[in-house]
Every structure is written in structure tokens, then in C-alpha cells.
Design a protein around this ligand. Structure first.
Ligand SMILES: Cc1ncc(C[n+]2csc(CCOP(=O)(O)OP(=O)(O)O)c2C)c(N)n1
Ligand SMILES: [Mg+2]
Length: 554
């Protein structure tokens, strides 16, 4: 029995983690973590990732899907290094993650023994909100409490604690202090009224919705505001969480991720209101103004950094959901405003289908089977527009991707999301569409999916290339870049090796049969689908040769 006299830092910390409901721990263990993981309590669950990139992204997906912070434990500097790409992504995703890493014994740190994490607080910067190694063992629980408080306050994000391995057996000061903090804040009333006035007065108004809306639980509030204003809604470029029903009469599509094309798309509007997104998350440089002439911009964000880095416009700090609700109460009804023309989706298919199928043909075939409540996770860069065309997101918390572009996040994030579905009993299936190149970065996440019998269906469009980079090369006029074709990859065998059911689907019937089977399977399925090589313009409106065959295919 633990008495105040015998309570260790270990015991005080596990009690704190219980109080914070951080009982699912993701990680990959090493000798520097074993004193923390020893006698692992029965009421905790350890989710083993076979590489830290997977552990971090699984924790990220889990945190997003449960809408709570998650804990991931990494192996000192080497594990932190492996996890770093996805820590960077978690930072941009604004996911509250508590990342702990073991550290060598305090007694030996001076002489830098093997596994010492040298300059431990520098390693994860600048992609953590805080990096700290407690000054003494007794501060470990307090540091975790502080890390938790910081991680979940806006903007949420990862925090990093380095914990020497000899700290855990040290006597604690007593039970850890458990505190709660707020995860949202309301906008300043006076500035809000000013914004509402400008929005009401706008003649040609456009709303641009970003991922923070869905993250904050503001989906319905976003729909209600758009409907009251009767204004067109765009998704922000490179959005990580769609936040407005893509089949709504007011929805006008996703803005292009480049200066010139984006400002052209906003031509004719006199006021653009960006809610819950940076202004703007561009990808290639295509010259042009930020906004068309005569257009003003308002931004609502809970992230002071996003407010500061906007190139134009006036900003209001506030939680997306609270601000949407408050704006709705204040703005003048827009029923006299001319509604936008409904968007027409290009959904043409040829008969007989192409051989191999195009990505569009694959998504079209599966659109008949994909359950309405499925959660889509997407990292298939060159055909993500095809995916959005066939599988529009129409419900909240139904589509996840990375805010960073750092490959290797989505496949393991899908595992974390599926785990959340399993533990909550909601049981929504997860359909992860991951390019054949992207799949390789953290493919070992499949073992975790198989081990926990998670309902994830991976669709892997196999074009044997980094198609998006070939498209980028055309836009940027950089011919003869090496390394854009993949070596032969037996994705089916690799997936089987990790314990998944895996099949190749070449025809529509084969893909549909495999998908139907996967829906009722008790575990993950990987469906590899050879697709035709197509090169499309990287930015649909930018000048680039359309539908050029890939040179490597010739
Ligand atoms: C960690 C990381 N490494 C490299 C890249 C550069 N990169 C961007 S897209 C891409 C290719 C993706 O290929 P694939 O998943 O096959 O999709 P496709 O373009 O063929 O649709 C690469 C290598 C990146 N974004 N992130
Ligand atoms: Mg590819």
C-alpha cells in the first residue's frame, strides 16, 4: 500500500495520469523509459508503435478523435528524432499531445553516456509549445500537470518533457495537484460587434472555413451562420479538417493553395471572412496578390500566431465555435443576398473503364459502398481532388489529414482514430486512402492495427510514382528530377507481413468485393489498387499542361 512516506514519483505520476484520464499511452520503449513503464498498471493501456513516427501520429489521431489530450512516450533523443516529423505535424494540426521522453540517469548526464539526450529541450523545438526537463525528480508530476494545461489551451499543440530514468523511484512530495484549465475563450465583445457590422454591410460576402471549426465542435454553428448570411462558403486551402458540408447549396469548393489562383477565385467579393484557418496556407508559389482589388479580409482564429502572420486583413481572437455562435446572433439576416450558384461536380466516367482504373474510377466504385458514417483519412496527394469529388465530406469529424504535408502521418493517425472508435464503442469504420509512396513512411503502423483488431480499411492507389512531384516539376519547370519513380513494391505482401488481410483489386468488381469483405472483417484490411498514371495540373486553375502522360509511363 502506498503511504505518504513511500509514495514515489512513479506512483504520484500514475495517479495524476488517472485523474487526467490519460490512461492510454502510446509509445515505443527503450531502457530510458522502462523505469516509467515498470509494473504497468492494469487500468492503463500501452499502445505499442513499432517506430516513433507511428506512435506520435497514432496518438495525434487518437487525441483528435477523442477530443482530449493524449500521451506519447518516446525513447530519449533517438526516439524523439524519429517522431519529429509527426511532432511537427501535430504542432500544425494543433493537437494537444504530451510527449514524454526518457533520459539517462542524472548521475551520469555530465559525461554524456549512451542514450543521453543532449540539449534535450532544444531537440524538439520549434515544434513544441514547451520543452522541459524537471529540475528535480519531485517536479515530474507537476511538470506533467503544467504540460497538460499548456497542451490543451489554444492554440493546442504538443509539449515535450524529458524525464531522467532515475526520477521514478524517488520519493514524491505527496499526491500531485490536479488542476483544470479552459480549452476555449470567447472573443472580445466590442471587436466582435465591429466584425458583425462589417459582415452585415458587405455586398458580396464570402466565408472561408478552416479546420479549427470542426476541431472546436463548431460544424453546426458554421452552417447556421452561413445560412443566416446566405453567403457562399469555401474551404481554406490545404485544410486538415473539412468544416462545412461539401454537399450544401452554399458550398463553393476548396480555395486553390497558391497566391494568384486563390485571389482570382475570390474576384468580385468585397469582404472575405476567414474563420479557423491561417491566411492562407499556400503550397507552390504562383505569383499574384493575396486578395483581388477592392476586397477586404476579416479573420477569426484562436491562434495569436496565425493572427499575426496573416499577410492582410483584420483579426479577431476567439474560439471558432463560440465566435460563430456569437456572430450569428449579431449579423443582419442575409436573405436578400443573392445566393451563389450551386457548384457542379465533374463526375464524368467512361465506359468501359480505363485499365488500370483511374483514381477517380476507384473512388467512384467505392462511393456506392462507403458507409455514411465512415471516417476518411487521406494522404494520397495527386488524386485528393478526385477523392473530394466522389466522397464529399458531409458530417463533422469525418475527414482527417495533416496540416503540414509531412508524409507518414495519415496511415498511423488512422490507427489512432480507429482505436478511439473502438474504445468509445461508436464503431465508425475508418477508410484511409494512402498513396503508394506515402504508405512507406510509417507502414509499421499496420502491425498495431492488426494487434488491436482495428477496423481500418486502407485503400492504396498504386501508380508506382510520386505523381504529385512530377506535377510540381511541370509547374516549376524542373525537368529530369531523379527519384520520382518508385521501385517495385509488393504492398500486399508487406501488409500481410504485418498481420493485415491484404488483397490487390484491379477491377471495380474486385475492389468492391474486397471492400465489402473488409467492412465486416474483425481487423484491418489493405486493398492495393493499381491506378493509371495521370499528370494533372498541380493547381487546377494555373497554367499547366492538362492530363499529360507521365514521362516514365511512355
Ligand atoms: C516526410 C516527407 N518526405 C518527402 C516529402 C515530399 N513528397 C511530397 S508528395 C510525395 C510523393 C507522394 O507519393 P504518393 O503517396 O505515391 O502519391 P502520388 O503523388 O503518387 O499521388 C513526396 C515524396 C514529403 N512531403 N514529406
Ligand atoms: Mg504514387
Amino acid at each position: 500500500m502506498t503511504t505518504e512516506k513511500t509514495r514515489t514519483v512513479w506512483a504520484a505520476t500514475y495517479d495524476l495520469l488517472r485523474a487526467l484520464r490519460l490512461t492510454t499511452i502510446f509509445g515505443n520503449p527503450g531502457s530510458t523509459e522502462q523505469p516509467f513503464l515498470k509494473n504497468f498498471p492494469d487500468d492503463f493501456q500501452y499502445i505499442l508503435g513499432l517506430q516513433e513516427a507511428s506512435a506520435v501520429a497514432m496518438a495525434d489521431g487518437f487525441a483528435q478523435a477523442t477530443r482530449r489530450p493524449a500521451l506519447v512516450n518516446l525513447h530519449t533523443s533517438a526516439g524523439t528524432g524519429n517522431g519529429m516529423g509527426n511532432i511537427m505535424t501535430a504542432f500544425l494540426n494543433k493537437t494537444p499531445l504530451i510527449v514524454t521522453a526518457g533520459q539517462q540517469t542524472r548521475e551520469m548526464l555530465l559525461c554524456e553516456p549512451m542514450l543521453a539526450n543532449r540539449d534535450e529541450t532544444m531537440l524538439p523545438r520549434p515544434y513544441v509549445k514547451w520543452a522541459y526537463q524537471p529540475a528535480r525528480a519531485q517536479d515530474v508530476p507537476g511538470a506533467i500537470m503544467r504540460a497538460h494545461a499548456l497542451a490543451l489551451q489554444p492554440p493546442a499543440g504538443p509539449v515535450y518533457l524529458s524525464i531522467p530514468l532515475d526520477d521514478w523511484d524517488q520519493p514524491a512530495l505527496g499526491p500531485a495537484v490536479v488542476r483544470t484549465v479552459s480549452a476555449r475563450f470567447a472573443p472580445d465583445g466590442e471587436r466582435l460587434r465591429e466584425f458583425a457590422k462589417r459582415i452585415s454591410a458587405a455586398k458580396r460576402l464570402a466565408l472561408v472555413y478552416g479546420g479549427e471549426i470542426d476541431r472546436s465542435g463548431g460544424w453546426d454553428a458554421g452552417v447556421a451562420l452561413a445560412e443566416k448570411l446566405n453567403a457562399p462558403v469555401f474551404h481554406a486551402p490545404n485544410i486538415e479538417r473539412p468544416s462545412f458540408p461539401e454537399n450544401h447549396r452554399l458550398f463553393q469548393g476548396t480555395l486553390p493553395p497558391a497566391l494568384g489562383p486563390l485571389s482570382s477565385r475570390l474576384q468580385g467579393f468585397d469582404l472575405v471572412v476567414v474563420i479557423g484557418a491561417p491566411v492562407f496556407r499556400y503550397y507552390p508559389y504562383v505569383a499574384g496578390p493575396v486578395l483581388p482589388q477592392g476586397c477586404e479580409l476579416l479573420q477569426v482564429t484562436s491562434d495569436p500566431s496565425d493572427a499575426a502572420l496573416a499577410l492582410v486583413g483584420d483579426s479577431l481572437l476567439g474560439d471558432a465555435k463560440l465566435t460563430l455562435e456569437a456572430l450569428r446572433a449579431l449579423v443582419v439576416d442575409g436573405s436578400s443576398r443573392m445566393p451563389p450558384k450551386p457548384r457542379i461536380l465533374e463526375r464524368k466516367l467512361v465506359e468501359p473503364p480505363n485499365s488500370p482504373l483511374t483514381a477517380s474510377e476507384v473512388y467512384a466504385a467505392l462511393s456506392e459502398l462507403k458507409p455514411e458514417n465512415a471516417i476518411v483519412v487521406q494522404e494520397s496527394p495527386s488524386n485528393m481532388i478526385d477523392l473530394a469529388t466522389w466522397w464529399p465530406t458531409v458530417r463533422p469529424a469525418s475527414y482527417y489529414t495533416f496540416a503540414s504535408g509531412g508524409l507518414g502521418w495519415d496511415a498511423p493517425a488512422a490507427v489512432g482514430i480507429a482505436l478511439a472508435q473502438k474504445l468509445s464503442g461508436e464503431g465508425r469504420p475508418v477508410v484511409a486512402v494512402i498513396g503508394d509512396g506515402s504508405f512507406q513512411y510509417s507502414i509499421q503502423c499496420l502491425a498495431t492495427a492488426a494487434q488491436h483488431k482495428l477496423k481500418v480499411i486502407y485503400i492504396v492507389p498504386c501508380n508506382g510514382e510520386y505523381a504529385i512531384l512530377k506535377e510540381f516539376a511541370i509547374l516549376e519547370n524542373t525537368p529530369n528530377v531523379p527519384g520520382l519513380d518508385l521501385p517495385p513494391l509488393d504492398i500486399v505482401s508487406a501488409a500481410k507481413g504485418f498481420g493485415c488481410v491484404a488483397v490487390e483489386g484491379r477491377t471495380r468488381d474486385e475492389i468492391k468485393a474486397a471492400f465489402s469483405k473488409a467492412l465486416s472483417a474483425d481487423g484491418p484490411t489493405v486493398i492495393a489498387t493499381p491506378i493509371s498514371r495521370e499528370l494533372k495540373p498541380l493547381i487546377p486553375t494555373a497554367a499547366a499542361p492538362a492530363n499529360k502522360r507521365s514521362p516514365a509511363h511512355a
